[in-house]
Design a protein around this ligand. Structure first.
Ligand SMILES: [Ca+2]
Length: 239
């Protein structure tokens, strides 16, 4: 019975080592990061900041609030306005380092039941902020929307961008509008970085792998020693 117990403990220890690095990669890198909203398009305001409800900062505050239609202190979403539905707005975020990205998640605002989610946009990524690669696109979206949009990717990037070329159909006599409640970017450390010289191994990654190996071997040795001790004690009891 004790032999089985020792084996189970060793398996659990080794399994936890295998799971921990995978969990570490599933991080929302965008949380709390600044977003720059820009546009040179005529008649476009790339981010309304004049009311408590709207700000580019709310894209990465981790909140998707449900508005009751009355409260005047709710941080609803990023919200832009343009005099024509065609526009050119860039929302750009610096993640602070190059990461291996896994997915983007964009959430509509509860304001107007998500109808203000933009119609046409691209998701772009870049390692240097100059050369951009497309990681996703949406065309001719319209209507109410409650679920988040998920874009899976395997690209490496430091800079991420939402490039909006068409506002939502929501408009009044003067402006078309576009709004997004939350922008999440998931990913983890780059395991084989392109930015480092090919002749030099990544010391951090190798050190980490070596550490895991040493700890795993130590756990095995300890479990074996414990088992041997228990067996010897049992045999001693018999004699
Ligand atoms: Ca938010």
């Amino acid at each position: 019975m004790k032999k089985v117990l020792s084996f189970v403990v060793v398996v659990m220890i080794l399994a936890s080592f295998a799971v921990m690095p995978a969990m570490a990669e599933d991080t929302n890198l965008a949380l709390g990061k600044s977003v720059i909203a820009e546009s040179d398009y005529p008649g476009t305001n790339p981010s309304k900041e004049d009311l408590i409800f709207f700000s580019a900062a709310y894209l990465t505050d981790g909140e998707n609030p449900i508005w009751d239609g009355v409260s005047q202190d709710v941080h609803l979403c990023w919200y832009a306005e343009a005099q024509t539905q065609d526009t050119d707005i860039k929302l750009t975020m610096d993640l602070g380092d190059v990461y291996a990205l896994s997915k983007f998640v964009l959430s509509p605002s509860s304001f107007l039941d998500g109808q203000s989610f933009p119609s046409d946009f691209d998701i772009l990524v870049s390692t240097d902020g100059n050369e951009w690669t497309k990681a996703g696109e949406v065309r001719d979206r319209s209507g109410a929307m409650s679920e988040s949009m998920v874009f899976n990717t395997d690209k490496e990037a430091r800079y991420v961008r939402i490039h909006i070329t068409k506002m939502s159909p929501v408009h009044d006599a003067v402006f078309y509008y576009a709004g997004i409640s939350e922008w999440e970017v998931y990913g983890g450390p780059v395991t084989a970085p392109e930015t480092e010289p090919e002749t030099e191994p990544n010391p951090g990654t190798n050190d980490q792998s070596f550490t895991w190996l040493v700890v795993a071997i130590a756990a095995l040795v300890l479990a074996s020693a414990a088992f041997v001790c228990m067996r010897n004690r049992k045999e001693a009891d018999v004699f």
